[in-house]
Design a protein around this ligand. Sequence first.
Ligand SMILES: *[C@@H]1O[C@H](CO)[C@@H](O)[C@H](O)[C@H]1NC(C)=O
Ligand SMILES: *[C@@H]1O[C@H](CO)[C@@H](O)[C@H](O)[C@H]1NC(C)=O
Ligand SMILES: *[C@@H]1O[C@H](CO)[C@@H](O)[C@H](O)[C@H]1NC(C)=O
Ligand SMILES: *[C@@H]1O[C@H](CO)[C@@H](O)[C@H](O)[C@H]1NC(C)=O
Ligand SMILES: *[C@@H]1O[C@H](CO)[C@@H](O)[C@H](O)[C@H]1NC(C)=O
Ligand SMILES: *[C@@H]1O[C@H](CO)[C@@H](O)[C@H](O)[C@H]1NC(C)=O
Ligand SMILES: *[C@@H]1O[C@H](CO)[C@@H](O)[C@H](O)[C@H]1NC(C)=O
Length: 300
Amino acid sequence: MRNGLILIAAVIAATALTSGEYSSDFMVKLSTTTPQPNTTTPHPNTTTTTTPHPNTTTPHPNTTTHSPNTTTHSPNTTTLHPNTTTPHPNTTTAPPAPTPPTNMTKGRYNVTDKDGNICILADLGIGIRVNTSEVNGTFIVQPRKTTSSGQCSEKTADITLIFDEGSLALKFKNDETKQKVYVEFVEFDLTYAFKSGASENYGGKNESLELFSAAPGHSYSCSAESVYMGNGVSLDLTNYRLQAFNIKNKAFGTTDLCKADKPDYRVPIAVGIILIILIVIVVIAYLISRKRRSNGYQSL
Ligand SMILES: *[C@@H]1O[C@H](CO)[C@@H](O)[C@H](O)[C@H]1NC(C)=O
Ligand SMILES: *[C@@H]1O[C@H](CO)[C@@H](O)[C@H](O)[C@H]1NC(C)=O
Ligand SMILES: *[C@@H]1O[C@H](CO)[C@@H](O)[C@H](O)[C@H]1NC(C)=O
Ligand SMILES: *[C@@H]1O[C@H](CO)[C@@H](O)[C@H](O)[C@H]1NC(C)=O
Ligand SMILES: *[C@@H]1O[C@H](CO)[C@@H](O)[C@H](O)[C@H]1NC(C)=O
Ligand SMILES: *[C@@H]1O[C@H](CO)[C@@H](O)[C@H](O)[C@H]1NC(C)=O
Ligand SMILES: *[C@@H]1O[C@H](CO)[C@@H](O)[C@H](O)[C@H]1NC(C)=O
């Protein structure tokens, strides 16, 4: 029994050790392979020292006037090659330029009911993105030039944002059977010239939705989400927080994050499990080695 245990532990310890060796080998390989691109760059430089060669060859073929002409040209083309190869490392080291982010500006809007209580509170940046065969562009709603209006009842609440170029309306539903508050209707209207020339009118609505769903008294928060409105038009909502109904102290309630923003614990958990396994292996290996040593002393 004891011998069997020792064998198993030895195998585990050995695999732990070898796996460690593998990883260190791998690290060494990685570090040795990275300098290689640097050592290749000097090569074109050594070819530039060969350019004198054509100079010495030109006097030789005096009788054949055509061949020296063609040979004098070829060194020129070879000297160009190193020039074309040297820019390559430059392009790989420079990171690809990111497309400049559109300047989404967040606005704060609210709707009060007939008693003067706030029934819709909305912090959001809004872009209306059009992607058709004629137009590609995003119109960004400017909060400074936007006013809000709306009305609230027990089961539904509307907010309409009105700006110079159009409007956007959201309708919240207080769904008592589902115990959820969500947006069930979105409608927009936009008249805007995405390219110089005639401005065009875009509009659409999307009904029977269940967007931005939160528990009653909670707010819904998300860093970015898109709602397709049909005909190549999407609403891009960024850094937003919404709440309708049960707003206390004119402030948002507990935040319900959208799926995309929920923290992902899978990687930390996997790392933790691997660490625990490693610790157990190390402890077993240590115990085994101690036992072996004491056995050795006994035999002496
Ligand atoms: C190459 O030719 C140029 C111009 O004819 C001359 O000045 C130079 O000394 C030559 N170099 C060699 C190595 O012959
Ligand atoms: C050889 O080249 C030299 C200098 O370019 C020239 O003076 C001479 O006439 C040439 N010889 C012949 C045979 O073409
Ligand atoms: C050779 O060079 C001379 C002078 O540089 C030029 O006039 C001639 O056309 C060239 N011949 C060829 C075949 O390139
Ligand atoms: C609600 O909107 C009004 C008018 O835009 C504004 O004066 C007020 O501060 C807002 N209230 C809150 C709590 O944001
Ligand atoms: C436009 O829509 C097409 C698909 O219809 C998509 O592949 C493309 O990425 C969109 N372009 C932009 C700028 O959103
Ligand atoms: C808009 O983008 C889509 C895909 O990204 C492309 O197919 C379409 O031609 C573009 N339209 C314009 C007007 O650039
Ligand atoms: C309404 O929204 C849903 C969900 O975003 C989408 O799948 C659907 O295509 C939209 N309908 C129209 C008519 O835009």
